[in-house]
Design a protein around this ligand. Structure first.
Ligand SMILES: [Zn+2]
Length: 293
């Protein structure tokens, strides 16, 4: 009985098998115990799946609770002033976007640090930076990340032991400096946007677009290098993607997504392989939606 007290599934399974071996004739009590153990394992696996697999139908748009029209109007009024992507959508897609923003807001715990008071407007703007990236995908809540932490400006983050403007931590939170977030959206054509950058990491880590991440990100890099071989015709690499993209492959992806939204026409023209890659995987043609620089 000492074994059962340890209360681990693995030990219980072994224990059940030992009992079965001791008694060659069918023993219904042991069989029931065995079935109970299998059922417990199944429930645990199913719960983990619900919690961590962001692509689960639980997050699918059509299965979510309705949103009050007043909330939709509020979201629209905030985003028409602050989000260039939302402003370029037609009415039907603006409604879809606003509904997704509301569900994203509801699904998170919002925490202001160093005295920052998060307003309803702040929440809408931050949620929108995530919804932009996942807008072409069926799943968008990023359930792996349960908490959004916002500071007035750059803060020291204990988990990373460094000062940061933004980061996505695999413990389940997204951290943003509000000052940098606002700066990102104040210029929508320079290819620098903290909110888009961090949410691109969050979408990437959620496995929404890259089930086989290592392989697909390498393919993305290959298509970009192929673009480089074909020359940028006088256009510098830094003008398209800021040098931080060279840090590693996940930063390359996040920086490329910033440009995919803020400089889609240039990206499509100068690095068509990279543009097509992002268009295919994010299921969105930003160059035609935005028709911007
Ligand atoms: Zn990054």
């Amino acid at each position: 009985m000492q074994v059962i007290k340890n209360n681990t599934i693995f030990v219980n399974v072994v224990f059940a098998f030992v009992l079965l071996e001791d008694k060659p004739k069918f023993n219904s009590a042991v069989f029931a115990l065995f079935l109970a153990i299998i059922l417990t394992i199944w429930v645990i696996i199913a719960r983990r799946h619900l919690k961590f697999n962001a692509a689960h139908p639980k997050e699918v748009y059509s299965k979510l609770k309705p949103v009050h029209p007043k909330d939709l109007e509020f979201i629209k009024s905030v985003l028409l002033k602050t989000n260039f992507f939302f402003a370029s959508l037609d009415e039907i897609n603006q409604k879809k976007f606003a509904v997704r923003v509301m569900h994203f807001i509801r699904s998170k715990k919002w925490v202001g640090i160093r005295g920052f008071q998060i307003t309803p407007e702040n929440k809408v703007q931050i949620a929108a930076s995530a919804i932009m990236i996942s807008f072409g995908l069926s799943s968008f809540v990023l359930s792996r990340f349960r908490q959004i932490i916002v500071s007035p400006d750059s803060s020291f983050i204990e988990d990373e032991q460094k000062f940061a403007d933004g980061l996505v931590n695999k413990k389940g939170y997204i951290y943003l400096s509000w000052q940098s977030f606002e700066e990102g959206f104040s210029n929508s054509t320079d290819g620098i946007n903290l909110g888009i950058h961090e949410m691109a990491h969050a979408v990437d880590f959620s496995g929404l677009i890259f089930p086989d991440r290592g392989y697909i990100l390498t393919k993305m890099m290959d298509s970009y290098l192929e673009d480089m071989k074909n020359q940028l015709n006088g256009f510098s690499e830094e003008e398209l993607l800021r040098p931080y993209s060279k840090t590693d492959i996940k930063e390359f992806f996040a920086v490329a997504v910033e440009s995919f939204f803020e400089r889609p026409v240039i990206m499509k023209e100068k690095t068509p392989g990279l543009y097509e890659f992002l268009k295919e995987h994010l299921k969105m043609d930003t160059a035609s939606i935005l028709r911007a620089v």
